[in-house]
Design a protein around this ligand. Structure first.
Ligand code: MEZ
Length: 561
């Protein structure tokens, strides 16, 4: 039996080279800073390793950005590529299956004796948490971010299609007619009237300022596309149509690093601390190495995300979604909801769970709605269109589930491919089938060739006439005539949980009696009320930035009145 640590030992690397002693003791650090620095010193950083890697799937240059070596390469236990949480490639990683050597005695947990203090503790490091932390820091608060996963970014890291905002300079430059009122109406209507009207209005009103805020941190949100259920193109994303999430998370990581924010990964919050009079006063944490410790705080912001990666909880609220794949990162299990509910926070709309129409069949890989937004159509196994492709997600998903095999082919041409950089990634992952003609594509995917040809001819005629008589698709951005032709088989997958903790427009968490719980704020998917019964594509990142900013500002004020 061998492990990375024993192999290093054989090569003459001493324990102290990876675990240097500080005043004669090994430093207990959930971020594993020293072993990671040692990896980089000997092997180079991720960027240089990425440049050297020859394999087609280059785990050292992934969409997860600059993550620590020890996320995948474990010293005293079996290694595992983090990518494998979602992907199923045949990635070779040294010491993957080798049973680990008995680990050297673990340093004793520091325990409660060594309690920390911060002004604001933020739980979760997706966009909502990062923005709340950066905002609170900029307002003068001492902030700690706690993240249970070994990497930062949460689900925001995987966001693809864009960030909705109305009334932006980007829209004006492209001549797009939109308004805050239209975004408000679309969002409320998309959520079937179940959304909290004040929160919906706030989302729309602040959306352009949130885009400007991200730009002030260095984000590129110059491309604008249209998403399902939106009356106008308002999904902002990087130029060329690159994925919005990885870009924004990179920008937020850099902004946090510039401010030297105290970010602790591998640090799971197990309990919110409460004073006798019901104020939230901090958290109890279980660190991977540090063990249990407490962190007192003037205010806590919960930004721990939703529960789409918790199949049991999804099935409890929506038995019909039992066994469905999910597009979410593995940490989206809903622990934050439990933390908040245990302290009296009211949960609302918990049964409102969104399935996204297009997850690549047999995988967890989301095929962004932006592909349809930029012109792709959905075709069934009989080679026919069956629905308005840019309808709301609930409606499109249900339409797919009614088709043979409960799946559909997303069909597009080179014109759509060229319009959206993200599509390159689907080719890279081997998800795209190709044909020089519609008939050739039909042969490859096993649908009747004449039917697919007729479907494309009818669709192109509708685009020319600017009128989709058959399915009433409101936006027909381009005809599908430019060879080659492509298809990705898609099925609905659990994507977003609309329910969560009830908050007021100041992001204060509300108890069942409608009163705010002092010192307790929440933002992002862990909250309920913004999206009602169905979230529109592009509204999630918008929500995380807008409500993250408010939470950070108000938490800092509450902590340092
Ligand atoms: O907001 C989303 O969930 C989104 C835009 C997803 C996508 O299809 O890209």
């Amino acid at each position: 039996a061998d492990s990375l640590a024993t192999a290093h030992g054989r090569a003459g690397v001493t324990c102290a080279q990876c675990h240097p002693l500080v005043k004669g003791k090994a430093r207990v650090d959930d971020n594993e800073t020293a072993p990671n620095a040692a990896c980089v010193k000997c092997h180079g950083d991720l960027a240089s390793l990425g440049a050297k890697t020859k394999e087609a799937i280059n785990a050292h240059a992934s969409h997860l950005g600059q993550i620590a070596c020890t996320v995948c390469h474990r010293g005293h236990e079996a290694s595992r590529a983090y990518c494998m949480n979602c992907h199923s490639f045949d990635l070779k990683i040294p010491f993957a299956a080798a049973p680990a050597q008995p680990a050297p005695a673990r340093p004793k947990p520091a325990g409660k004796a060594k309690a920390d203090r911060a002004d604001v503790v933020v739980i979760g490091s997706g966009a909502a948490g990062m923005v709340a932390a950066i905002t609170a820091h900029d307002a003068g608060a001492r902030v700690v971010i706690l993240e249970k996963q070994p990497i930062t970014g949460g689900n925001s890291m995987l966001a693809a299609g864009g960030m909705n905002a109305a009334g932006t300079p980007q829209q004006a430059r492209k001549g797009i007619q939109d308004s805050v009122e239209t975004m408000r109406e679309d969002t409320f209507k998309g959520g079937k009237g179940l959304g909290d009207p004040e929160l919906v209005a706030l989302l729309a009103r602040e959306s352009a300022a949130s885009v400007a805020y991200l730009e002030s941190l260095g984000a590129d949100l110059s491309d604008v596309g249209r998403m399902g259920g939106a009356s106008a193109a308002r999904a902002h994303r990087p130029s060329g149509g690159a994925a919005v999430g990885a870009h924004i998370v990179g920008v937020l990581r850099a902004a946090a690093a510039k401010r030297k924010l105290d970010i602790r990964v591998n640090a799971r919050v197990v309990r919110l601390l409460e004073s006798k009079d019901g104020r939230i006063t901090g958290v109890e944490v279980e660190g991977r190495h540090r063990g249990r410790y407490t962190l007192q705080a003037g205010a806590v912001v919960l930004a721990a995300g939703g529960f789409s990666s918790n199949p049991e909880r999804v099935a409890k609220y929506q038995p019909a979604f039992k066994g469905m794949t999910s597009s979410n990162q593995p940490g989206a299990t809903g622990d934050g909801l439990d933390l908040g509910a245990e302290r009296g926070g009211e949960l609302k709309d918990m049964a409102q769970i969104q399935i996204h129409p297009s997850v690549a069949a047999g995988s967890r890989i989301l095929i962004t709605e932006a592909v349809r937004g930029n012109g792709a159509i959905l075709v069934n196994k009989e080679g026919r269109r069956f629905f308005n492709e840019i309808g709301t997600r609930d409606a499109v998903s249900q339409a797919i589930l009614r088709q043979t095999g409960q799946s559909a082919f997303m069909v597009f041409d080179e014109g759509v491919h060229k319009s959206l950089k993200q599509i390159d990634g689907y080719f890279h992952l081997g998800l795209v089938k190709t044909g020089d003609t519609p008939e050739a594509l039909a042969q490859v995917i096993g649908v009747p060739p004449q039917a697919l040809r007729a479907t494309l001819d009818a669709y192109n005629a509708a685009v020319d006439a600017k009128q989709d008589g058959e399915f009433n698709r409101p936006d027909l951005p381009r005809a599908l005539r430019t060879p080659r032709f492509f298809a990705i088989e898609v099925k609905p997958g659990v994507h977003y949980t609309m329910g969560g903790l009830r908050i007021d427009p100041g992001t204060r968490v509300l108890a069942k009696d409608g009163k705010a719980i002092p010192g307790f704020f929440a933002a992002g998917e862990v909250t309920g009320g913004v999206h009602g019964a169905n979230r529109l594509g592009g509204n999630s990142i918008s929500e995380t930035i807008t409500f993250g900013r408010i939470a950070g500002r108000n938490a800092a004020a509450a902590a340092r009145p």
